[in-house]
Design a protein around this ligand. Structure first.
Ligand SMILES: CC(C)(COP(=O)(O)OP(=O)(O)OC[C@H]1O[C@@H](n2cnc3c(N)ncnc32)[C@H](O)[C@@H]1OP(=O)(O)O)[C@@H](O)C(=O)NCCC(=O)NCCS
Length: 287
């Protein structure tokens, strides 16, 4: 296979605007030290109003009450404030409001930005925004975190992220029972990582279980990792696979349920001698 590292692009003509916008938002978030949920809600609302409804940005409060403004416009304006919307995790009995309410405004800003013309497929600004928001949302966030558009979370506050982690577009990180991502983890487009499950008899019988992706793990396109699964160091979950059980270090698992078909050629000896679920020796993956 050809070696194709990512290219560096020259700065955009409006780079200074992007930088100033991110810096102002960073200052505003750092200044939320009192009633954090309320202060962040105001920052979220004012940030979104400038981007989505600039004609109302300066007079948001009066516009929401103004009966001469079309009803749907008033409703849309009101929804810029996260206190006027509900997010799915708020309905969960195990949602810890003392932890969720302070992160809710930042989740709402994250999701809403992705749905605006300035968000969408805007990689550079989107990555910068999410890199700014992530440490305030997650339990822990390492260096160089990179998330593309339309990533979704459950609580957000139950997610631990190591260094150099990349999360591609349309990924679901259900951190209800906790997700721990090691260093250099990569999660590809449309993958799902779960940490809760329901009884097959009683829907309301929920089991939360920490799901762990160790250092160097890759969960590839459209794959799913179920609650409580431990994907060990350098393990790989192939396209469309469903990992229902732990993934061995350096093994490549595919299918539903996911089974080992390969051991990476760079695996240390102990990983190569582990047997696959079919009780045959896994073949080393060719170079
Ligand atoms: C997991 C993956 C890397 C395996 O690639 P590979 O080592 O070249 O494996 P092979 O193509 O030789 O496949 C080995 C066997 O597993 C099967 N297989 C491979 N990928 C599979 C998948 N996703 N689902 C089901 N079966 C799969 C192959 O058909 C083959 O079966 P066989 O031995 O009966 O012929 C690859 O299939 C995959 O899913 N890639 C996802 C794309 C990717 O790399 N994403 C990362 C982006 S960040």
């Amino acid at each position: 296979m050809p070696y194709l590292p990512l290219r560096s692009l020259p700065p955009r003509p409006s780079q200074a605007l992007s930088t100033a916008w991110i810096e102002r938002l960073a200052d505003r978030l750092a200044g939320c030290t009192g009633d954090v949920a309320a202060e962040r809600s105001k920052v979220c609302r004012e940030t979104l109003a400038e981007l989505a409804y600039p004609e109302y940005a300066a007079n948001w409060e009066t516009a929401v009450e103004d009966e001469s403004v079309p009803l749907g416009t008033r409703l849309s304006l009101a929804a810029l404030d996260p206190r006027n919307v509900t997010l799915e995790p708020e309905y969960y009995s195990d949602c810890d409001d003392t932890r969720f309410q302070p992160v809710k405004p930042l989740l709402w800003l994250w999701y809403s930005f992705d749905r605006l013309p300035i968000g969408g497929q805007n990689v550079d600004l989107g990555v910068q925004l999410r890199r700014l928001l992530a440490p305030y949302i997650f339990k822990r966030c390492g260096a160089n975190f990179k998330a593309f558009q339309h990533v979704e979370f459950s609580f957000g506050y139950n997610l631990e992220v190591g260094d150099d982690v990349v999360v591609h577009r349309h990924v679901l990180l259900d951190d209800r029972g906790g997700i721990r991502l090691g260093n250099k983890v990569s999660i590809s487009d449309y993958a799902n990582i779960y940490s809760h499950t329901h009884s097959i008899v009683e829907q309301a019988d929920v089991t939360n279980a920490l799901t762990v992706l160790e250092d160097g793990v890759r969960v590839t396109y459209h794959a799913t990792v179920l609650a409580g699964v431990h994907v060990n160091e350098q393990g790989m979950v192939g396209a469309l696979a469903v990992a229902t059980k732990d993934v061995r270090p350096y093994h490549v698992y595919v299918g539903i349920p996911a089974k080992s078909v390969r051991v990476k050629p760079n695996a240390p000896e102990p990983a190569t001698i582990l047997r696959t679920a079919e009780n045959r020796l896994a073949r080393p993956m060719p170079e």
